[in-house]
Design a protein around this ligand. Structure first.
Ligand SMILES: Nc1nc2c(ncn2[C@@H]2O[C@H](COP(=O)(O)OP(=O)(O)OP(=O)(O)O)[C@@H](O)[C@H]2O)c(=O)[nH]1
Ligand SMILES: [Mg+2]
Length: 285
């Protein structure tokens, strides 16, 4: 089997144009922005279009899915954000305690504004827009923060379709659909977003991407594929791919390799943390 270089990745369906417009329209109602990133690829999760829309509001960056990376990678990433003067915390979206810490950090960030209102006898309702790339855990964090399953969640890109305001005590949170940049100039970042499940699998060449993933893992995370599938990492990426097919029994009638099933299984293993804690980026490229 021969693999062509995987195609340029770009995913910007019409509903994202609509979602970005909705965010622009609603931002003036909001006091701050909670910008949710996937800790496995936090720099790929920065959408310049979103930053442009939010530039006049205080932003709290959330490194979510921090359970899927090692603590030393997490601290390196936090240093990068802090070094740029950004507000940042890490979370496990499903953890109620982390939901509460998102709440208290936002309140602390806006304390001057809240106290100024309080001095005039007004209890301020704090409005927060929760945004980010698809599948980073925005709706999950809102549910943990509110203690109720109010926002729909799911392990694929594009679960939230429209806007939804959710009230928690004196805070109103705007859940928004995940949005991609209109064009992805950095294709390494685009591949990372594809690997972590932030791009709709149906538009991707998963078989070609799996080969890219194997190349990246053998170069930057030696030992991971050997440990999980028993393959020899000094082999070529295609031989490793075929080794995984053999190890997992992904063979078609006639003994041909079932690359498609294999790619789905490898990405499923990675996305669910079954390859171990793997951080694709702990600094910007
Ligand atoms: N391991 C892990 N999984 C998480 C975490 N937070 C969320 N998830 C899972 O990630 C998946 C996506 O979560 P959602 O909350 O639907 O993500 P979203 O950002 O709202 O996605 P869209 O609405 O599609 O943009 C779900 O399967 C969640 O259970 C986390 O901290 N760790
Ligand atoms: Mg959502």
């Amino acid at each position: 089997m021969e693999f062509n270089d995987s195609k340029k990745i770009n995913w910007f369906p019409g509903h994202m144009t609509k979602a970005l417009r909705m965010m622009e329209e609603n931002l003036s109602l909001c006091d701050s922005v909670v910008y949710v990133l996937d800790a496995r690829a936090p720099f790929a999760c920065i959408n310049p279009k979103l930053n442009q829309i939010c530039k006049n509001k205080p932003i709290l960056y959330i490194l979510n899915k921090s359970d899927l990376i090692e603590a030393n990678d997490l601290s390196k990433i936090i240093q990068v954000f802090k070094g740029e003067g950004s507000n940042v915390i890490s979370t496990v979206g499903t953890d109620l305690k982390d939901g509460k810490s998102v709440y208290s950090t936002v309140i602390a960030l806006l304390s001057d504004k809240i106290n100024a209102k309080k001095a005039k006898g007004i209890t301020k309702t704090v409005r927060v827009m929760v945004c980010g790339i698809p599948n980073t855990g925005k709706s999950t964090i809102i549910n943990s923060l509110s203690g109720k399953r109010q926002a729909q969640t799911g392990d694929k890109a594009g679960v939230t379709k429209g806007k939804q305001w959710i009230k928690v005590y004196d805070m109103e949170l705007l859940d928004t659909p995940g949005t991609m940049p209109p064009s992805m100039d950095n294709q390494l970042y685009a591949r990372h977003l594809a690997f972590i499940g932030s791009i709709n699998d149906n538009i991707l060449d998963l078989e070609g991407l799996c080969l890219d993933f194997i190349k990246e893992l053998t170069q930057k995370h030696a030992g991971v594929l050997n440990k999980k599938y028993g393959v020899t990492e000094t082999d070529s990426p295609l031989q490793i791919y075929e080794g995984i097919c053999k190890a997992r029994g992904f063979l078609m009638r006639g003994g041909e390799f079932d690359y498609e099933r294999c790619s789905k299984a490898v990405f499923d293993d990675f996305r669910k943390g079954r390859l171990g804690k793997i951080c694709l980026e702990n600094s910007p490229t």
